[in-house]
Design a protein around this ligand. Structure first.
Ligand SMILES: CC(C)(COP(=O)(O)OP(=O)(O)OC[C@H]1O[C@@H](n2cnc3c(N)ncnc32)[C@H](O)[C@@H]1OP(=O)(O)O)[C@@H](O)C(=O)NCCC(=O)NCCS
Length: 345
């Protein structure tokens, strides 16, 4: 286990946060619930029918896990009312009708969609964080949070980042041995304001979860105006505008751009191309212009560079929600429970 993950688990276990796992139908999640609760990483609430969970997982001991069955839980009615109120006046894009005609419709819906049920538990303050996505798509995992939890104060964009852990401490361009890449998984073509939000949220992830002091580079194929020919995609002016917005919103944050990757990490290139920047040449948080660049970038670091990619970690929600990969294993789920508990601090 990497040192970063070890630190995350250690810190999470001091907090006693309650994390809800809505996917009681998934054996990996059930096993992870047992392990996380036994390790003391968090209090764990698992959603599902207790008899079915027991029958499908005969070797798992859930003595330390609270299993909530939405079908019989006395608070289900309260959650249905909360959902109805939170989404009143919203129109379903597909049908053109109101999302929920009445409280009964909201209740019927949450009894089919336990991720939404869990998001309502989170909204009500009955749990501190939510982890889902082992057997649901990213869109179906995040949508309940986007609809009822919404964004943190001062942030209008939910985004994601990867904590990239170096295979060793020998890389002169990454002396921390850890870096944060964003957004590689949620926002497909963010505008300047959204990129500024992503940068500020990623700095927070770097500090609070990765345990590094953030120095944020806004990445581009251009350094400080060197690439002026971007007539088609306008990505250079977009990153310049995003840099200005983020600097104004977070004046104390070490953040600069736009930088090519080498100007961001190599002191000799940074000095040459951006001599007045305190970030150039020693950045450790990297903000990509869109999901193509971000997703390709983190996978190159992973496959060619040997970095371990921890995430995607969701950021910018008013309360923590994380999306598992459908290919996750039990250890991945346990790690995400610990990260989510730490985000709930
Ligand atoms: C994030 C995502 C799931 C949202 O999809 P969606 O549910 O179709 O989004 P909608 O446009 O219907 O928006 C639903 C609500 O969420 C809000 N929202 C959507 N994206 C948001 C974001 N990034 N930040 C904050 N709010 C957001 C909308 O404003 C809307 O709010 P409202 O209904 O209260 O008015 C979608 O952008 C997505 O699928 N992204 C790519 C994810 C992916 O495929 N990743 C895999 C690559 S590894």
């Amino acid at each position: 286990m990497s040192q970063v993950l070890e630190n995350i688990k250690k810190e999470a276990s001091l907090l006693g946060k309650n994390i809800v796992l809505p996917e009681g139908e998934d054996s990996r999640v059930v096993k992870a619930a047992e392990l996380a609760a036994n390790e003391g990483l968090a209090k764990v609430t698992l959603l599902g029918n207790p008899d079915e969970i027991k029958m499908n997982n005969p070797d798992v001991c859930l003595d330390k896990v609270v299993v909530v069955d939405p079908v019989t839980n006395e608070k289900t009615e309260v959650y249905a009312e909360m959902l109805y109120k939170a989404r009143e006046g919203k129109i379903n894009k597909k049908t053109g009708a109101p999302e929920y005609a009445d409280v009964a419709a909201a209740k019927a819906s949450i009894l089919k969609d336990y991720t939404m049920y869990a998001a309502l538990m989170l909204k009500a303050g009955d749990v501190d964080g939510l982890v889902s996505g082992a057997c649901h798509s990213t869109a179906n995992t995040l949508r309940p949070g986007l609809q009822v939890i919404k964004t943190a104060p001062g942030i209008n964009t939910v985004s994601s980042s990867f904590i990239m852990v170096a295979p060793n401490m020998d890389n002169p361009y990454n002396p921390d041995g850890v870096a944060v890449f964003a957004d590689c998984a949620i926002n497909i073509e963010p505008d300047a304001q959204q990129i500024a939000d992503i940068a500020i949220s990623s700095a927070e992830t770097a500090k609070n979860i990765a345990g590094i002091e953030p120095r944020v580079a806004m990445l581009s194929f251009s350094t400080k105006g060197s690439g002026n020919d971007d007539k088609f995609f306008k990505s250079v002016p977009k990153m310049q505008e995003a840099t200005a917005i983020a600097k104004a919103a977070a004046p104390d944050l070490k953040l600069d751009g736009e930088f090519q990757f080498d100007a961001a990490v190599a002191p000799e290139v940074g000095k040459l191309k951006a001599p007045d920047s305190s970030v150039a040449g020693n950045a450790n948080v990297f903000i990509f212009p869109n999901i193509n660049a971000g997703n390709i970038g983190y996978k190159i670091a992973q496959r060619f560079g040997g970095y371990m990619a921890l995430g995607p970690i969701c950021q910018g929600f008013a309360k923590p929600i994380n999306d598992l990969s459908r290919g996750c294993n039990v250890d991945d789920v346990v790690a995400v429970i610990a990260i989510t508990a730490l985000q709930a601090k």
